[in-house]
Design a protein around this ligand. Structure first.
Ligand code: NDP
Length: 484
């Protein structure tokens, strides 16, 4: 019999009221991994009510006490790292080394916010009268509903749960229905660390019912969401009815500009890694590469060579660099984007299809794909593919590259490769993106804000900005009489 997981509501592990179960399958093999309860609106309501009851005590607990519990949970996660990472690879497909990194980073996020929560300072404000004092304090916003997707199911939940709890909010968490196992193990670490009942709750079930209840129910005062732009738009509309606080981390279509003076080897290595790791199923993936005409031939040749050398296979194999895609839906969309590009004149330089061989027959494998002769009429250059495709386009001037990079409704991440400081700043300051990587292929830094411009989102996670988004300001104005 395969493993069953449960929801956590008010400190108790529960099945769905309906007693319905769904089976999670390994995307590399199709084998069943675990059974998961299919909760509904009622379980979401129960969890919200538990969180509401737990809120006053948690909100008024000393920051030190909250910090100790969060550190303890982080220690439990590290102690169970191998087990949780294995679940993550089994349910999501990513290589085990990337799964380990994700769990370790999630634990680090809990440690970071444990300490950051001790620095929720107030302010003393100058006033217009010698008899008036003004203080500003920061207080937790209330019950936070946090909703995450399947591509980084543990880390993206940690980015929300850790600052929420550190701020004094109580939490109802909803992981993606199709990848809830490792996320459940993270919640178990919090539970085992001794968080009071109702402080952290976990609900499992479809977004359209469980997720919608978390958004629509007036108990939640803050929604933190990562997922598709369309879902984010819907959440924002619903949240508007009761003016809830929202943080939205949505889709991306990240450009990479490779200037003529770039370190070619570094740019190729960085581009290949960021275009294909997690099979391109990353919101800050390199989705479009613009390379200076003068070095384009050399860059493309090295890029294709390096792409061909990537080892693809079952993520549990420690040597594997690329696992399967997550499901047939994302693989089909990838195929469609490639077919659309080819129909409009693109060339497939490598990949473009499934790998051959017995070991790939049962999983959602797909070869990392490099496209040339692309332009902005193609879907792969303007929609989020969320698959392992790197389209490469040439440019002549920096202004042309910047205009192409900004020609998108998205604005999450962007990358520039150049050895010249002036060029780096010229481009970085003109790109419409929440994060710009200069000679680096990642814009994620624990202490720095992460989030998108334009349709890539609203608000910021990580750093002190991530914590602020779970806090309300309160002005306390005090009239003083003259003593005696
Ligand atoms: P979805 O938007 O489909 O789902 C994300 C989460 O929202 C899931 O838990 C889902 O539940 C839930 N959900 C779905 N509908 C609703 C609803 N009506 N109300 C409340 N919750 C709902 O995204 P995917 O899971 O497909 O994730 C991929 C997307 O995530 C990509 O677009 C990617 O760019 C984006 N992303 C953005 C990041 C960023 O930081 N900007 C980082 C990583 C990913 P269920 O699973 O049950 O459907």
């Amino acid at each position: 019999m395969i493993r069953r997981i449960q929801m956590l509501i008010n400190g108790a592990w529960l099945d769905a009221l309906s007693e319905d179960w769904t089976v999670i399958h390994n995307p590399a093999t199709g084998d069943p991994v675990a059974e998961v309860p299919v909760g509904g609106r009622e379980e979401a309501r129960m969890a919200l009510e538990a969180a509401r009851r737990a809120f006053p005590d948690w909100a008024s607990a000393p920051a030190e006490e909250r910090a100790n519990l969060l550190h303890r949970a982080a220690d439990f996660m590290r102690g169970r790292l191998e087990e949780i990472s294995r679940w993550l690879t089994l349910e999501q497909g990513k290589p085990i080394r990337d799964a380990r990194k994700e769990i370790a980073l999630a634990a680090q996020v809990f440690d970071y916010y444990a300490e950051e929560g001790k620095r929720i300072f107030g302010e003393w404000i100058p006033t217009g009268s010698p008899h008036i004092r003004s203080l500003v304090i920061r207080q937790p916003v209330g019950v936070a509903a946090v909703i995450a997707p399947w591509n980084y199911p543990v880390e993206l939940l940690a980015w929300k749960i850790a600052p929420a709890l550190a701020a004094g909010c109580t939490v109802v968490a909803k992981p993606a229905s199709a990848a809830p196992i490792a996320a459940t193990e993270m919640i178990r670490a919090l539970h085992d660390a001794g968080l009071p009942p109702g402080t952290i709750n976990l609900v499992l079930g479809p977004g359209r019912t469980v997720g919608a209840e978390l958004v629509e129910n007036p108990i939640s005062r803050k929604i933190a969401f990562t997922g598709e732009t369309e879902t984010g738009r819907w959440i924002m509309e619903k949240a508007a009815r009761s003016i809830k606080r929202v943080s939205l981390e949505l889709g991306g279509q990240s450009p990479m500009i490779v200037c003529r003076d770039a370190d070619l080897e570094k740019a190729v290595a960085a581009g290949v890694r960021r275009a294909f790791s997690n099979m391109g199923q990353i919101c800050i993936s390199v989705n479009r590469i613009y390379v200076a005409q003068e070095i384009a031939d050399a860059f493309i040749a090295r890029f294709v060579e390096r792409t061909r050398s990537l080892r693809i296979g079952n993520g549990l194999d420690p040597e594997v660099e690329l696992g399967p895609m997550f499901n047939e839906e994302v693989r089909r969309k990838t195929r469609e984007h490639i077919a659309d590009a080819v129909a409009k004149g693109a060339w497939v330089l490598c990949g473009g299809c499934e790998p051959e061989g017995e070991e790939f027959q049962r999983g959602y494998f797909f070869l990392p794909t490099v496209l040339a002769e692309v332009d902005h009429s193609m879907r792969v250059m303007c929609e989020e593919t969320f698959g392992p495709v790197a389209p490469i386009m040439r440019f002549r001037t920096l202004d042309e590259a910047i205009a192409l990079a900004n020609d998108s409704p998205y604005g999450l991440a962007a990358y520039v490769f150049t050895r010249d400081l002036h060029t780096a700043f010229y481009i970085a300051e003109r790109l419409e993106a929440g994060g710009v990587g200069v000679n680096i292929n990642d814009v994620t830094e624990l202490q720095a804000p992460f989030g998108g411009w334009k349709e890539s989102g609203l608000g910021r996670e990580l750093g002190r900005w991530g914590l602020e988004s779970y806090l309300e300001l309160k002005h306390i104005r005090i009239a003083l009489d003259t003593p005696g």
